[in-house]
Design a protein around this ligand. Structure first.
Ligand SMILES: Cc1cc2nc3c(=O)[nH]c(=O)nc-3n(C[C@H](O)[C@H](O)[C@H](O)COP(=O)(O)OP(=O)(O)OC[C@H]3O[C@@H](n4cnc5c(N)ncnc54)[C@H](O)[C@@H]3O)c2cc1C
Length: 347
């Protein structure tokens, strides 16, 4: 048995697919190559929120931060849903809060990739470089937009983990990832104990709608927490490659100085993008720290109080940093649609 799901985008375009009662809406749509904007796929980030306008459904467990108005696990009645944890109990009609252009109509490509480098870059942080194996569809090319992520299938398990791409699209299949090793983490342990150059991994992607708004002429301010720098590096590298002259600022934060990384690359980017100002933020610095002491949200708040023009804010890192920056931006009147974010959530 399946239910019929009819949807309408913000700009009034209709679309439809069928969904089994035990299937969530994101998976059912993906099975027929309809990819909605979504990130964590586990009810934590809120990226796939929508409104049911007719029909019955069950809203599974989710974070209150992602959908504050609906209690966890309740059979939905309010209409507000996260599509990744909603299963239909009847045919449904759904209003989508984004335009048709944000939906991709393709299956997520799955490709094999060889590990070509795995090296520590800071305390508990590694740089993982992969090279896609050529296939008939794409040859060797790695085609993706700055800000997108891939999922890696964790060898020996049925689990996948998402990682943002730190480099830009290229013809020779290179994918560069910056990964914070989590204590006892499934993929982190694989990287610590088994991964080595030559190991073959299966990757799915590119995915995700986080990226530069090419149409906006506002200053671009980037806020990165830890390995949240990865998609920001991709965007800055893209700006350098295309000679984009938007005023740009980066607030890059870590807890301790020993966790800083990619500093040489940031110096190179400053040479290529003379308008780029970088603020390194250390939350708990040692005595002789010369940079900003505090979080990147604190540094951003200070800078916003002196900004002559409201910037677009591109923001990536752990959920508490994303929440703090969104609050700071709101306090200084930056409209939410000018704050573009990606939350790094546990898989
Ligand atoms: C769209 C997206 C992009 C991402 N990109 C990156 C990236 O570029 N670099 C990167 O390092 N990570 C990134 N992540 C997070 C990444 O997908 C994994 O969640 C992370 O690497 C942990 O995986 P694991 O298998 O090692 O740990 P798991 O086995 O999933 O978790 C082990 C333990 O660590 C905790 N944990 C896991 N992740 C975190 C975290 N981020 N903060 C605090 N505690 C945590 C878990 O709660 C658990 O207790 C991204 C996540 C998303 C959704």
């Amino acid at each position: 048995m399946t239910f019929h799901i009819e949807l309408r985008t913000r700009d009034g375009q209709p679309l439809a697919f069928d969904c089994a009662p035990e299937q969530n809406l994101i998976d059912a749509a993906a099975a027929v190559s309809i990819l909605f904007p979504s990130q964590c796929r586990q009810g934590s980030c809120g990226a796939c929120h929508a409104s049911v306008t007719a029909g019955d459904y069950t809203l599974g467990a989710h974070s209150p931060d992602a959908l504050p108005s609906s209690p966890n696990g309740q059979s939905g009645q309010s209409g507000a849903i996260l599509m990744c944890c909603t299963t239909p109990q009847s045919d449904l009609r759904i209003a989508l809060p984004f335009d048709h252009s944000k939906i991709l109509f393709q299956s997520v490509p799955r490709r094999s990739a060889d590990i070509t480098a795995l090296e520590p870059v800071a305390e508990n942080t590694v740089r993982l470089e992969l090279r896609l194996q050529p296939n008939d569809d794409c040859g060797s090319a790695a085609e993706f937009e700055p800000g997108q992520f891939i999922e890696i299938e964790v060898p020996g398990s049925d689990q996948r983990r998402a990682y943002s791409l730190a480099n830009t699209g290229n013809w020779d299949g290179r994918l560069e990832l910056l990964i914070r090793l989590q204590p006892g983490g499934l993929f982190s342990d694989f990287l610590r104990s088994s991964a080595q150059p030559g190991t073959v991994l299966a990757v799915r992607g590119p995915q995700g709608a986080f990226g530069l708004d090419a149409a906006s002429l506002r200053p671009r301010w980037f806020v990165a927490g830890g390995t949240g720098l990865a998609p920001v590096l991709a965007m800055l590298r893209h700006m350098a490659e295309f000679g984009e002259s938007h005023e740009a600022r980066l607030f890059f934060g870590v807890n301790r100085e020993s966790e800083l990384f990619a500093l040489d690359e940031l110096e190179r980017l400053k040479a290529d993008l003379p308008q780029l100002k970088v603020t390194l933020c250390v939350w708990k610095p040692a005595g002789d720290w010369q940079g900003f002491s505090g979080t990147p949200a604190d540094a951003l708040q200070q800078a916003l109080s002196e900004a002559p023009v409201q910037p677009d804010i591109y923001l990536c890192g752990p959920a508490p940093l994303v929440n703090a920056v969104e609050s700071a931006a709101a306090a200084f009147g930056v409209p939410m649609e000018r704050v573009f974010s990606e939350r790094f959530l546990p898989g």
